[in-house]
Each structure stands twice: as structure tokens, then as C-alpha cells.
Design a protein around this ligand. Structure first.
Ligand SMILES: NC(=O)c1ccc[n+]([C@@H]2O[C@H](COP(=O)([O-])OP(=O)(O)OC[C@H]3O[C@@H](n4cnc5c(N)ncnc54)[C@H](O)[C@@H]3O)[C@@H](O)[C@H]2O)c1
Length: 260
């Protein structure tokens, strides 16, 4: 169990039924937050919430099944958090989707979908939550980007563009909201072994040795991150421990790609 690093705070986490979101939700509950977990996947959400409730006695957790890829969802999520817990102190924009089209073949539908989830949902939810975050007096937004915001690669251009946009949006919001007492930061994870990746590898017949080998060349530490290793930097930026940190893009990338 935690030591109450989020005692008294109400947090909203999008993509809460996925790998990094679920790990962050669990950690936030351990640290005393009252939490709204948001996702569109009802089945995954049910098991994530059951696990957290089992392992974190007294967890104050509300789940919300909604598609954040449409603008109206943002106001509904904020209203639900206010109704359930009366305030919002922390917003973690974490939900994300991927696309594997080379830019030469990138379709308009794919562009529109990935921008609406990975970028616009972050902007709309921040906009709708800001009145409550300002009222908090110690509001914090943590936007989950990616190491590929700063190291784009071949094959996932649409995704990488949205992740770069998140870092830019984070800095603009940090500058605009400093006067209102709201800190805004980004976490840029490296390769993180989530159930999504595990299922993808299993479907492709990729075994444990190959999975380890993929990560070996990916960063200085030479391995995958566990989702909880990304949840900790999110927790820190969300908490008052990071009270002098705003506009940062914290690389949680195992040291990044080695130059040698
Ligand atoms: N896993 C990695 O290696 C990695 C690396 C860098 C960055 N990231 C980023 O971290 C974040 C979390 O990634 P993850 O690996 O846990 O992903 P994941 O696929 O396990 O989880 C993402 C969650 O978002 C939800 N979601 C997607 N679209 C939604 C929508 N329209 N409405 C509501 N919910 C929606 C999904 O249902 C899923 O539960 C993402 O933004 C991702 O881009 C992940």
C-alpha cells in the first residue's frame, strides 16, 4: 500500500482499462486518490476495477464507459466526476490508439480517428476540467505522450505526429494555466509491455525470447518497461511533490535509444 501521496485528491484517468491506465489507476488508489477511470472497453474495465477493489481495500473508484473520441464526452466525464466526488484535482489524459499506415498511404479516416482520440480528447477534456482544476488550487494535468514524440520513425507517422502534438499542447497549457495554479506536464514512455502488446505478440506467434530481443535494442536499459514503471512518473507529476514542475516532458524511456 501507498503512503497517501494523493490523499484528498480526486483524479480522472482516461484509457483506464488499458495497460498504463490500469497500472496508474491502481497506484493512484493505493496512494489515497478518489478516482474516475474512463474507457470505452466495458469488459476490460470490469476486470481492472475488480482487481483494484480486491487488492486495494477501501479504494474509492468509479468507472465510466464512454467514447472519448467525440467532443461531447469531455463535459460528461467532468460532470460525472463532480457528481461522484465533488471536485477534480488531477487529470491524466492517457487513452491512445495506434495506426500503422505509412504516410504515403495514410487515409483521411485514419488521420481523423487518431487525431480525435490521441489529441483532441486531451484538449477537450483539459478545457472542460480546467474550471475544477483551477478551483482545486493545486490542479495538475498529466498528458501521456511517447518517446516517439521526439524520435519519430518510419511506419507510425500518424501516431508520432499526435504524440508530438501532445508535448506542444502540454507546454502551451502550462504557460496559459500557471497564473491559475494548474500545472501541466507530459510523460513520454518508451516501450512498455502491456496486455495489448502481449496479445499482439501471442497472435503473431512471437515467443518470450523474441519479445525480450525486441526490447534489447530499444533503449539503454535494454528491456521493456512494466506499466507500473510508467505509472510512478505519472503519480509524481500528479502529486504535490512536483509542485515546481510544469511544462515538462519527462522521458520515461529507459535512457532512450543508445547512440552506439
Ligand atoms: N505501451 C507502450 O509501449 C507505450 C509507449 C509509449 C506511449 N504509450 C502511450 O501510453 C498510453 C497508454 O498506452 P497503453 O500501452 O496502456 O495502451 P492500451 O491500448 O493498453 O490502452 C489504451 C486504452 O485506451 C482506451 N481507448 C482507446 N480509444 C478510446 C476511446 N475513443 N474512448 C475511450 N477509451 C479509449 C482503450 O480501450 C484502452 O483500454 C497511450 O497514449 C499510448 O500511446 C504507450
Amino acid at each position: 500500500m501507498g503512503v497517501g501521496r494523493l490523499d484528498g485528491k480526486v483524479a480522472v484517468i482516461t484509457g483506464g482499462a488499458g495497460g498504463i491506465g490500469a497500472a496508474t489507476g491502481r497506484l493512484f488508489c493505493e496512494e489515497g486518490a478518489r478516482l474516475v477511470l474512463v474507457d470505452r472497453d466495458a469488459g476490460a474495465m470490469a476486470s481492472v476495477c475488480a482487481e483494484i477493489r480486491k487488492d486495494v481495500p477501501g479504494a474509492q473508484l468509479k468507472d465510466m464507459i464512454i467514447d472519448i473520441g467525440v467532443e461531447e464526452s469531455a463535459a460528461k466525464i467532468v460532470a460525472e466526476a463532480q457528481r461522484a466526488f465533488g471536485r477534480i484535482d488531477v487529470l491524466v489524459n492517457n487513452a491512445g490508439i495506434r495506426s500503422y499506415e505509412p504516410l504515403a498511404e495514410a487515409k483521411r479516416e485514419t488521420w481523423e480517428k487518431i487525431i480525435s482520440v490521441n489529441l483532441l480528447s486531451y484538449a477537450y477534456l483539459a478545457r472542460e476540467a480546467l474550471p475544477a482544476l483551477r478551483a482545486s488550487g493545486r490542479g495538475s494535468i498529466v498528458n501521456v505522450s511517447s518517446q516517439h514524440a521526439v524520435i519519430p520513425r518510419a511506419g507510425m507517422g500518424q501516431y508520432d505526429v499526435t504524440k508530438a502534438g501532445i508535448v506542444s499542447m502540454t507546454r502551451t497549457l502550462a504557460f496559459e494555466e500557471a497564473q491559475h495554479g494548474v500545472r501541466v506536464n507530459a510523460v513520454c514512455p518508451g516501450a512498455t509491455l502491456t496486455p495489448f502488446h502481449e496479445k499482439r505478440f501471442a497472435a503473431g506467434g512471437v515467443g518470450p525470447a523474441q519479445i525480450d530481443a525486441i526490447a534489447a535494442g530499444c533503449c539503454v536499459l535494454g528491456r521493456w518497461a512494466a506499466p507500473r514503471e510508467i505509472a510512478y512518473p505519472i503519480l509524481w507529476l500528479a502529486s504535490d511533490e512536483a509542485s515546481f514542475v510544469t511544462g515538462a516532458a519527462l522521458m520515461a524511456d529507459g535512457g532512450g535509444f543508445s547512440p552506439s
